[in-house]
Design a protein around this ligand. Structure first.
Ligand code: PEP
Length: 252
């Protein structure tokens, strides 16, 4: 059985006290009923160790950083290394988010370096992939996503792959209020699983593949009912306790 996961990408939102309050409220609601899923909270760097401290007793609640450096340590002002994240209590790191690809020009080469850094410090990876609207409209969406994976996580060995969660996030759906339909998302998740099976055999059955892109409490149940969708990476809707918990509820 694959893990069901609701991951909250808070991006560059919330001040310290709001982030701690949201963590507290989400934990309370999450613990109030029996769950069949894990949650991962991805706050900004400065709050990581506080939130990791709040959640550390709960085996189903994890803490992710939103990025890490491609370098191990040294004179890289403003960057945060995988080792530093681990020492601050992070268990996961989001890599390859389309906002990093767009605004920071991150491409596969540097993402692969970041993946290796994260793995060498025992951080699990939420690796984002997804096509632009133009790529979809020109029917290049499957090829685009497959290439993004081939140049990065498909270069890992099977043991390393077991530390990876994939998040399919069509760029045109992120923060736009326009989600991929359940059928569009399932079709891509099925493709990702098939490509993973071609490279890694049965490891593909254990790979969690999350959907991200305007996922909310209204559309989550239909998306999560698809056989290859194992949960969601949630942006805007993860900033409100009720919405995020309703999305977790949709995972059962
Ligand atoms: C994201 O940025 O990972 C995301 C899925 O954002 P949103 O849910 O706001 O579309």
């Amino acid at each position: 059985m694959r893990k069901k996961i609701a991951a909250a990408n808070w991006k560059m939102n919330l001040n310290m006290s709001d982030a701690l309050q949201l963590t507290h409220d989400v934990m309370k609601g999450f613990n109030a009923v029996a769950r069949n899923c894990e949650i991962i909270l991805a706050p900004s760097f400065p709050y990581l160790s506080y939130i990791a401290g709040l959640t550390k007793e709960n085996n189903s609640i994890h803490v992710a950083a939103q990025d890490c450096s491609a370098h191990s340590h040294g004179a890289y002002t403003g960057e945060v290394s995988a080792q530093q994240l681990k020492s601050a209590g992070a268990t996961h790191v989001i890599l390859g988010h389309s906002e990093r690809r767009t605004y920071h020009h991150e491409q596969s080469e540097i993402l692969y370096e970041k993946i290796k850094q994260a793995l060498s410090h025992n951080l699990k990876i939420i690796f984002c992939c997804g096509e632009t609207l133009q790529q979809r409209n020109s029917e290049k969406h499957f090829a685009t996503v497959t290439q993004q994976l081939e140049e990065t996580v498909f270069k890992l060995d099977p043991k390393e792959l077991s530390q990876v969660i994939i998040a399919y996030e069509p760029v045109w759906a992120i923060g736009t209020g326009i989600n991929a339909t359940a059928a569009q998302a399932q079709e891509m998740h099925q493709c990702i699983r098939k490509e993973t099976r071609n490279k890694f055999g049965n490891e593909a059955d254990h790979l969690p593949i999350l959907y991200g892109g305007s996922c909310n409490e209204k559309n989550a149940a239909e998306l999560f009912a698809q056989p290859d969708i194992d949960g969601g990476l949630i942006g805007g809707a993860s900033l409100k306790t009720e919405s995020f918990l309703a999305i977790a509820d949709a995972l059962g």
